[in-house]
Design a protein around this ligand. Structure first.
Ligand code: PLP
Length: 474
């Protein structure tokens, strides 16, 4: 958007009026936020014309890359043709119908029905309203409890944030649903109890799920919520066999499995959906958003099974699913999603991720030789660098040190955007990323971490190594 405001004026207005998500007030009041005014492909540009390689892909979402004329045209065309239609009762619109059918085609098994929402959080909310409705319709009103994992992220509404399990997202100043939501272990082998090999750790995790269901009572547990790869929790890829194992336990106790694929779907792991095609299980419900439109429009989808649909829509009961939004199946957002899917298909972006993903992981892994990089982990185009004070004991830096942010700030000054999450840095570049852009990300991030290490030495937060000469000469 062109504007007559200067950057300084914009920053001031922003500081005065825009309450940003997850932005520390004290820092924001002093520094403001980076004003982004343009974007093309994997790059974004600030209002001073400075370009950055956006390794975060917006917020795990700019899958096809920014600035696509074809996408802008499709959105403009839909605005001209029909910007809105009432989705309630007896009315529909063409893009929503076609997108629902497309998602049913792409989703695994009998996941043939779609509830459209305005984003990922609302899709998680809708999924739980669906689950309550389903359990009540089938005469199991006691089934109300939810099991999810520590460190998981499922959104930011009251319900979805309560389902999420990140300690930092549950500060005492907020209230949460606590009586019917239960968090079991995050399947992170790097931080597993000492002495367990991976197979033993897997068994520990599966036992924990089963014992939790048995403790609550299988007739009281409605659903298990899980991201196939935990995203905001630090790109945690569970041990091999975890998904099939947890799914089998859910089936055994008549517990619905909700796979939150807000990040992992639409190509990020090289498939349309990761549940079946990467991890080999067919959940009852899949949640999608983000890459569904590559961030060009806000849209979420709760895609659910025919088995659930048959129960709630059983003839003769006169029921209706009394839930939805003004913008359910918004024609412009659905037109953007259809165009996005068409582009992913035509440019074979899933295959591209399958080819480039291993290179990205392999190159990022080279950062593990740095003295504060405890682990680099991930899958395809999701990656996380876990920074630690001591690699041997895996001890973390003090939280106040904000190590992830320090690294992200150095990276930003070098023209690279990486996302800090406390002691972590996470990345999820557009699926169009090239080999040389991957090389750029790795080289720049290395430099940013090295600069941060030098700061830590200088400030006395990290003991000087014998070979300090080398570190100092960076
Ligand atoms: N679920 C997962 C796994 C997510 O990563 C997110 C957002 O990051 C959400 C749900 C919430 O999506 P939204 O921010 O679109 O509401």
């Amino acid at each position: 958007m062109t504007t007559a405001y200067t950057t300084a004026e914009l920053t001031k207005l922003d500081q005065q009026h825009f309450t940003h998500p997850w932005t520390v007030f004290d820092v924001f009041h002093q520094q403001g936020a980076l004003p982004i005014s343009r974007g093309d492909g994997c790059y974004i540009e600030d209002s001073n014309g400075r370009r950055y390689l956006d390794a975060v892909g917006g917020l795990w979402c700019t899958n096809i890359g920014l600035g696509r004329t074809e996408m802008a045209d499709a959105i403009a065309q839909q605005c001209r043709e029909l910007a809105f239609a009432n989705p309630f009762v007896d009315m529909t619109n063409v893009p929503a119908t076609l997108l629902a059918a497309k998602l049913a085609e792409l989703a695994p098994g009998d996941l043939d029905h779609v509830i459209f929402t305005c984003g990922g959080s609302t899709a998680v909310d809708s999924s739980y309203r669906l689950i309550q409705y389903y359990q009540n319709c089938r005469g199991k009103p006691e089934k109300k409890h939810i099991i999810s994992r520590k460190n998981s992220y499922h959104g930011s509404t009251y319900l979805s944030m309560s389902i999420g399990g990140k300690a930092g997202d549950h500060p005492p100043e907020f209230d949460f649903i606590r009586d019917t939501i239960h968090h079991i272990s995050c399947p992170n082998y790097y931080r597993a109890p000492q002495g367990l090999n991976e197979a033993q750790y897997l068994q520990f995790l599966l036992d924990e799920l089963e014992h939790t269901i048995l403790r609550l009572g299988p007739d009281k547990v409605a659903a298990f919520y899980a991201e196939p790869v935990l995203g905001a929790g630090g790109v945690i890829v569970p041990p091999q066999g975890y998904h099939q194992g947890t799914f089998a336990i859910c089936q055994k106790y008549d517990v619905l499995y909700v796979s939150d694929e807000v990040v992992t779907a639409f190509g990020r792991l090289g498939q349309w959906f990761a549940s079946k095609d990467v991890f080999g299980f067919e959940p009852d419900i899949i949640i999608g958003a983000k890459g569904l439109t590559s961030g060009y429009q806000p849209l979420g989808a709760c895609i659910y099974s025919d088995r659930i649909h048959q129960v709630i829509s059983q003839p003769g009961h006169g029921r209706c699913f009394a839930h939805g939004f003004t913008y359910s199946g918004h024609p412009v957002a659905c037109a953007a999603a259809l165009k996005n899917i068409e582009i992913i298909q035509r440019e074979q972006l899933l295959q591209r991720v399958q080819q480039l993903g291993p290179y990205f992981q392999q190159q990022m892994k080279t950062l593990e030789d740095l003295p504060i990089v405890g682990q680099v982990r991930g899958m395809q185009l999701m990656v996380c660098v876990e920074n630690v004070r001591c690699k041997k004991t895996k001890q973390l830096f003090d939280e106040e040190l904000d190590i992830g942010k320090r690294i992200a700030d150095h990276a930003e000054s070098l023209g690279l955007i990486v996302r800090p999450i406390v002691h972590l840095n996470v990345m999820s570049p557009p699926l169009t990323i090239s080999r040389s852009q991957i090389d750029d990300i790795v080289a720049t991030l290395r430099k940013a971490i090295e600069l941060t290490i030098n700061d830590l030495y200088a400030e006395g937060h990290l003991p000087m190594p014998q070979d300090h000469v080398k570190a100092n000469s960076i």
